[in-house]
Structures are given as C-alpha cells and as structure tokens.
Design a protein around this ligand. Sequence first.
Ligand SMILES: [Zn+2]
Length: 244
Amino acid sequence: MKMMMMTTNLLNHPTMMNRFITFLFKAVIIQSYVINFKIFYFQLKILKLILFTDIMNLEMSLKGGSINLIIGCMFSGKSTETMRIIKRYKTLGSKNILVINNISDNRYGESVISSHDKQQIKCISLSSLNSIKTQEIYIKAQIIFIDEAQFFTDLYNFCTNAADNDNKIVYVTGLNGDSDRNTFGDICKLVPHAENITMLKALCMICKDGTAAVFSKRIVNSQNQKLVGESNMYIPTCRNHFNN
Ligand SMILES: [Zn+2]
C-alpha cells in the first residue's frame, strides 16, 4: 500500500515521472542486452563446439601418418569432396600440401583436378607415384592428396610407405570399383590400412527420382577397364538399373 502510494506520488510529479520512465527504459535496454548476451553466448558455445571438433580431428590427424579413402562411383562428388578438404586445410594455414592426379586423366587439362561442375585445383600429374619419393616436393609435404587413384599401379606401396614410414597424411580418392563391379587398382587393398573411409553416392540416372547410385554403368562397348570417360561413356545407377 505504502509502495503504491509512493509510485502514484512519483507519477504525479513531472520530473520524477520523466526519471521513472528513463529508469524503465534503461532497465529494458539492459535486460535486452542480458538476453542478447545469453543468445550470443549460446551461439558462441555451439560455434566453439563445431570448431573444436574440426580442429581436434585435424590435430589428431596431423600427429602422424594416416590413410583416408574417399571412394564412390562416377559422378558421386569425389573430386568436389577432395577439393573441400584441401580448401579446409588451406584455410587453417597448412602449406605443405601435395596434390597429385594421374597423367592419363586429362579430361580437364593437365595439372588440375577438377569436379564435373568445373571447379579446379592445381596439382601435379604423374604416371608413377614412387617417382616423386626422392623429390623435395614429397619430402616437404605433410598432406598428400591423390585423385583418380585407381590408375596408379604403385598406389598400395606408395601410400603404406608414406603413412607408415614417412608420417604423411594421405587422402586417396577414386572409384569403388570398375564398370563390371570388380576391384579397380589398389584402392580396395588399402581398406585394411585406412583410418577413414568415406563412401559417396550419386543419383541413379535411370530412376531420376533421387534413388542413390553406387555403380558406374558403362554405356559404350569397350572391354578396356581403364577407359577414361564422362557422361557419354558412364552413368551412375542403382543396383536394379545396373543389372537391367
Ligand atoms: Zn535406378
């Protein structure tokens, strides 16, 4: 009752009324700051969690050698995923990155790895991986990316040595199998040696309804396993359309 009377008196006095309104206004501003700060702090915690998880993964992988496989059928986004990881390492300041492509894959020109949507990153094109083992570019490299890895006949030997003996972080990108669903090159031999295996999928070009595709179906007549081609030679399909 006494409090109510005081408030009424305050509101009846013009100067006091102004002060009271100013006080209320300030209180609302301070409160909104507190609420915003809580939201900001919450967002900060989520961000820290995301960043910390990423950095932890990279710190763990930077401690020693590792083999990381990125496999999938044609048009499953393997090169795009490889480029995403390269960019992430570069963003974190990693400088000793070696990117290798097979010399026979010159669909987009030599010395570039390229996604089907024409994103490109510079690389060195080689026919043999072991040919660079004594070169400075290999010795200095901490992280090595190998694109179209199924074409390298010395892939198994190179990758296991690089990870086990030279402490390199090796990313191997290539096909999960050939167009007859046989193993292609050494990629499958690296499975027991790999810390991480990422299996990517495309979309079935015959279903065309979002059904996942995991097989590369050859649509031209050729018995050559190493037939480098694009959508005019291969389409990604689901199991049903691979068989029919
Ligand atoms: Zn299908």
